[in-house]
Design a protein around this ligand. Structure first.
Ligand code: AMP
Length: 389
């Protein structure tokens, strides 16, 4: 378990515990939704492979750590759960009861790796914190109202309908949080700003948001579609999957592993961490250079598409680990777009963005920004708003 604790903050009431349960990990953060002050945060990894056999044991470990840090469990006002797939059911944060839990479980067919882990986290938290409100915040919710033209795959509509095959989008909590910060930063009503948000982390996605409503996003039925990511391919010809099966005899699990874990930057140059890719490029590594070029090419393709879809764009924003910290990607993604009112000022773009930062020159038609995302804070705020805790 790795964690950090600020024991000076542990005695107040009204903190929200945010849980993000992965298939083999449990990320946790206890924070105050009003100020964003973090009391404690950490991650338990390799659940099932180590002396932590399941999520129940993991959460008990977390609570043991709270106890030894002097944090009283009664200071937890509510628990917010990041839930990956809300399907066509959940379009906003939802107070969890037995029916909601059953529906999240039912949606596991759409997210077989993620939703069962989320369900496990919810069950354990309800058991260990009885009487404390639990809220589900869905990664898909922000994209629930995508226009049909953007959400529909051009496949047999009867098959699609029967099996709920459509584009759902993910990272929604981040896209919503960041786009709201952008409107605040610009001092304009959220409902009036047209924007493109580029969430570039280990996972990566882009969204086009018109007046506070997402009208397109790069991830689809699953988080595999779209941009090149740390280990995921993003867009490929679906015929490639058929070819891998027919011509190479690869089975579905092998293809899954190839596209989700052995592709993207890692597949192209052996490294999925962007800093390592930069290091390789600086050392003259040709594979890393190509990986970077493919990454930038895909990113620019989406930016171009969203410029056209939106027609008028007020802001383009970079966020998440790569977007907040790597000036090079920000400059390369938007190079040569002056005729569209888009420019990046080299001095403003020079560093990491610990706070919302304008990196376009004054007077530019399109504001280019780097804005730190904070999914935990967004989840905590949604949670406290619903629980009234
Ligand atoms: P996230 O998924 O948002 O945590 O982002 C993880 C990604 O951000 C990894 O690929 C990191 O290499 C990348 N990252 C973190 N810090 C930096 C940095 N200072 N420069 C470039 N990339 C970074």
């Amino acid at each position: 378990m790795t964690g950090t604790t600020d024991t000076t903050a542990g005695s107040r009431g009204g903190a929200v515990l945010v849980l993000n349960s992965g298939s083999s990990s449990l990320k946790y953060q206890l924070l105050y939704p009003d100020t964003g002050e973090v009391v404690v945060s950490g991650i338990i990894e390799r659940i099932g492979e180590t002396d932590v056999p399941d999520h129940g044991t993991a959460l008990r470990r977390v609570f043991d750590e709270f106890a030894s840090a002097g944090i009283d469990l009664s200071s937890i006002a509510a628990v917010g759960h990041r839930v990956v797939h809300g399907g066509r059911t959940f379009h906003e944060p939802t107070l969890i009861d037995d029916d909601v839990l059953a529906e999240i479980r039912r949606l596991s067919s759409l997210a077989p790796l993620h939703n069962p882990a989320n369900v496990a986290g919810i069950e354990v938290a309800r058991e260990l914190l009885p009487g404390v409100d639990q809220v589900a915040v869905f990664d898909t919710a922000f994209f629930f109202h995508l226009p049909d033209a953007a959400a529909t795959y051009a496949i047999d509509s009867a098959v699609a309908e029967q099996h709920a095959l459509r584009r759902y989008g993910f990272h929604g909590t981040s896209h919503r949080y960041v786009s709201e910060r952008v409107a605040e930063f610009l001092g304009r009503p959220y409902s009036e700003v047209n924007q493109i948000v580029l969430h570039l982390g280990n996972g990566a996605s882009a969204s086009a948001i018109r007046g506070g409503r997402a009208i397109d996003t790069s991830m689809g039925l699953t988080p595999l579609e779209g941009l090149v990511m740390g280990t995921r391919s993003g867009d490929i010809d679906p015929g490639l999957v058929l070819h891998l099966n027919r011509a190479l005899g690869m089975g579905v699990d092998e293809i899954d592993d190839l596209l989700n874990r052995r592709s993207g930057l890692r597949g192209l140059c052996g490294e999925n961490d962007f800093r390592s890719v930069r290091g390789l490029i600086d050392a003259g590594d040709a594979a890393a250079r190509l990986a970077y070029d493919v990454y930038v090419h895909r990113l620019r393709r989406y930016i171009g598409a969203y410029l056209v879809e939106l027609g008028r764009v007020d802001a383009i924003t970079f966020t998440a680990g790569v977007g907040e910290n790597d000036p090079g990607i920000r400059a390369d993604a938007l190079a040569g777009l002056e005729r569209f009112g888009i420019a990046v000022d080299p001095e403003r773009n020079a560093g990491r963005a610990a706070v919302p930062t304008r990196i376009s020159p004054d007077g530019a038609e399109v504001a280019v920004l780097a804005v730190p995302t904070n999914e935990e804070l967004a989840i905590a705020r949604d949670t406290i708003a619903l629980s009234g805790g």
